[in-house]
Design a protein around this ligand. Sequence first.
Ligand SMILES: [Zn+2]
Ligand SMILES: [Zn+2]
Length: 335
Amino acid sequence: MVSMTLSMVADAAAKNPVVSADNDVMKLTFLGTGAPRPSTERYGPSILIEAGDHRILVDAGPGMRERLFEAGGFEAISGVDHVLVTHLHFDHTVSISSAWLSGWLFGRRVPLVVQGPSGIKSMMEHIQKAYQWDIDYRVMVGVPVEGSELVVKEVSEGVILEQQGLRITAFQVEHMPVDLKTRELLGLRGETLGYRVDYKGHSVVFSGDTKTSTKSDILKYGQGVDLLIHEVQVPSPGATPEANLANVSLSVHSTPAEVGFVFAKSRPKMAIYSHIIPPGTTAEDLIKLTRPYYDGPLTVAHDFMEITLSGDEIIIGDREKQGDGKFEDSKVLDE
Ligand SMILES: [Zn+2]
Ligand SMILES: [Zn+2]
């Protein structure tokens, strides 16, 4: 084991300050940086935001619960009380039930707030019905009913939360199916949201899934932000049936060239790729494909990457894993 002197500990704390209600520190942890295709390297899309007393997930894709547990143990599982949903695709929503029920079972005693686009109410009502038996059962054997409630809000463009230094703004992005020839919408109802999160002088924009363009509202909300986190799909080369099938989704996702233009126009302090299709794409490949269009600061996220905003600093590293602690030893039981 490495022994640390006090000054080293102080340096480490200064380099990676902790989140507290008394400071301006905002931390993001990438719990999953992939998309629908299963990957043990890149789990489904989900990003944890920690700022002051806030613990918020942006999307809850496959594997979220396990990544959250590894990132922060039972305290993290029970500490999340808010989910921002970008849209209803399963790779963004399949673990909402875990955020809701695991959080409750392991200690959350306030309702889970879920905000998302039109359709999220219906989805959550169905999920709630599906697990009513489970909830009744657990309450009957002694789990407090408090925390099993859901507060669901359908939101569109505008400020959707303003509380204790935190402001969250939703905006519309393009991700609905279109006719490949005419680019006209095919008429499926629904929408996809991007989010901007501001906290004590820091600003982060999440693109949501989108076929981005220089007309996108991402430019309006992402102008000069600290972090602009954008999805990306690298086109599969060739004209094989597999490549053609993979490339169908390019009508609703963004190529590195398209995102490069958006990064160049919005000039964030740090541009970040997450929701990476296909999941095996390397950081080197993505950077090479983007450089002809954007020459600013660029990071390719990976699962467990942690970004800390503190003062003027952007500190990028890896989340220290909490391991596999026992529930009986967790702080959740002290509260
Ligand atoms: Zn997606
Ligand atoms: Zn999608």
